[in-house]
Design a binder for this molecule. Structure first.
Ligand code: MYR
Length: 131
């Protein structure tokens, strides 16, 4: 289960990923230490997410397979949806400004939540521990 409170512990290639996304250097430096925390509550195919970081706090709800809108901390707008395949959450989102695709997955590995991101051939990971 993905349910619980997850605090980012470390990231892999996240800076390069943000660069590919067009995030400027100052924001990348800040985002590298954003203390991202995600509270996930799943009931059937409905998810409630509470996100908090150095940048903002945000509550959102979505249903698997149903498109919703999500803005990144820098204002970049995405629209897309999550699905669950086996033990993996798979998200496919489009940027509204250029229509490029961003894909992301969430999977539990041991006692960690690993979120992977892919955009225009650049991949990154953020690894969360239960908080
Ligand atoms: C959620 O389930 O937490 C809400 C929906 C997440 C949408 C995809 C998130 C991609 C975040 C990429 C960070 C890029 C920073 C430039």
């Amino acid at each position: 289960t993905f349910n619980g409170t997850w605090k980012v512990d470390r990231s892999d290639n996240y800076e390069k990923f943000m660069e590919k996304m067009g995030v400027n250097m100052v924001k990348r430096k800040l985002a590298a230490h954003d203390n991202l925390k995600i509270i996930i509550e799943q009931t059937g195919d409905k998810f409630s997410i509470k996100e908090s970081s150095a940048f903002r706090t945000l509550d959102l709800d979505f249903t698997l397979g149903v498109k919703f809108e999500y803005s990144l901390a820098d204002g970049t707008e995405l629209a897309g949806s999550w699905a669950v395949e086996g033990d993996t959450m798979k998200g496919t989102f489009n940027r509204k400004d250029n229509n490029n695709v961003l894909t992301t997955t969430r999977v539990i590995v041991g006692d960690e939540l690993v979120q992977s991101y892919s955009y225009e051939g650049v991949e990154a990971k953020r690894i969360f521990k239960r908080g």
